[in-house]
Design a binder for this molecule. Structure first.
Ligand code: NAD
Length: 373
């Protein structure tokens, strides 16, 4: 079983899909591993580190030649994978609901695309869940980015020269990223409040010492939501939420938005008129900016000013912590491959529950039910 690890080519991508540690373990399973030269450089891993772990380091063509499994952080276009074995697995994040044409390219190339970002949220797959591992780091980093762009301190400080009040931080969307954002802002000493549409998050917000801001009297989404994900809420709920948030936002110094709905554009949560009510010098970080944005006026890949408020729209926030993000991503991939490793076959063999959920293409066809339209 020959495994290839690619050098990422995506814009603002500093992560890498394998670490020396995971390569040693893959080799222990019986695989051979080749890493594209320079693949780990942006995450602080030298080619020699990979070589010491037992991998061969070479150029892309040599690494891909005969590869039966290709590992990447962001799936590249299939056309760039010439030389891989027929039917080779490509294990990566595909963002398939938004990049349908790219998936068609995988089918045409006869490759088997396995979208780690469609991993089902079941207990045994938690250690393989790239969305969780990366969102957690993104939530943490979002708060640090906000703190450094903010011209004031986060904690209350009582000094001989006078008292500095604690910053008020509002987190919108309390999934994995939002929970980590709350925890990080609390550790920095801010006064934190948070909101979500899933009622189960109320208790989670409280348990982190933050204040829940929830629409009362209009049903949002009960409990955890299907598979832990939010769906669209009713129009009445959205109107009540907008009104509640409008009053609250005017008193916030920092807003971190993380709200996503799988397969849909991100919900719009903050309007330009609401931004105008915030104190100049306030900071908003929109972690959903690549999915269309929660914040009006946020621009993917840019930091913009609106009404004296800084709106941070960094792409790929997890990549800003490339070393840790790579380490966790690489372990997710290793946990996945090793959980299904079949000693006799000398390769992983997927079961239906996970295989059917993440497999996008096979035998020249697009096979994922979520992509059948
Ligand atoms: P996500 O990235 O899809 O969305 C982020 C958050 O935005 C969610 O909490 C969602 O409810 C919220 N949101 C959507 N629309 C909103 C709106 N209009 N207003 C406010 N908030 C809105 O979600 P996620 O971070 O990937 O995870 C969601 C849940 O799934 C979490 O509870 C997490 O613990 C759970 N989870 C479970 C597993 C597992 O069991 N294997 C793995 C990962 C996540």
């Amino acid at each position: 079983m020959h495994i290839a690890v690619l050098h990422e080519t995506g814009e603002v991508e500093r992560r890498v899909a394998a670490m020396p540690e995971t390569i040693r373990k893959l080799i222990a399973l019986g695989a051979t591993v080749a890493v594209e030269a320079g693949a780990g450089a942006a995450a602080g891993i030298a080619d020699t580190d990979y070589e010491q772990a037992g991998a061969r380091v070479a150029d892309r063509a040599a690494v891909l030649a005969g590869a039966e499994i290709v590992l990447a952080v962001q799936a590249p276009e299939a056309a760039t994978l010439a030389g891989a074995a027929p039917g080779a697995w490509v294990v990566a994040a595909f963002d398939p609901l938004r990049r349908r044409e790219s998936v068609d390219g995988y089918a045409a190339a006869g490759l088997e695309a396995l979208a780690m970002d469609l991993m089902p949220r079941i207990t045994r797959a938690q250690s393989m869940d790239i969305l969780s591992s990366q969102s957690n780091l993104a939530g943490y980093k979002a708060v640090l980015e906000a703190a450094s762009a903010y011209g004031r301190a986060f904690p209350m400080m009582m000094t001989a020269a006078g008292t500095i009040p604690a910053a008020r931080v509002f987190v919108m969307g309390v999934g994995v990223a939002g929970l980590q954002a709350i925890a990080t802002a609390r550790r920095l000493g801010a006064q934190v409040s948070a909101t979500d549409v899933r009622s189960a998050t109320k208790e989670q917000i409280q348990s982190l010492g933050a204040k829940p801001i929830f629409v009362e009297g209009v049903a949002g989404i009960e409990g955890e939501g299907a598979g832990g994900y939010a769906g669209e809420t009713s129009e009445a709920y959205r109107a009540a939420q907008a009104e509640l948030v409008a009053g609250h936002i005017a008193r916030q110094d920092i807003v971190i938005t993380t709200a996503l709905i799988p397969g849909r554009p991100a919900p719009r949560l903050v309007t330009d008129a609401q931004i105008a009510t915030m104190r100049p010098g306030s900071v908003i970080v929109d972690l959903a900016v690549e999915a269309g944005g929660n914040v009006e006026g946020a621009v993917a890949g840019e930091v913009v000013q609106r009404h004296g408020v800084t709106i941070i729209g960094h792409r790929n926030m997890a990549s800003r912590l490339a070393a840790d993000a790579s380490a966790l991503f690489a372990r997710n991939l290793y946990n996945f491959l090793s959980a299904f490793w079949d000693k006799e076959a000398g390769r992983p063999v997927l079961d239906a529950e996970i295989g059917d959920a993440i497999r996008l293409t096979r035998g020249g066809q697009v096979v994922n039910p979520r992509l059948q339209s």
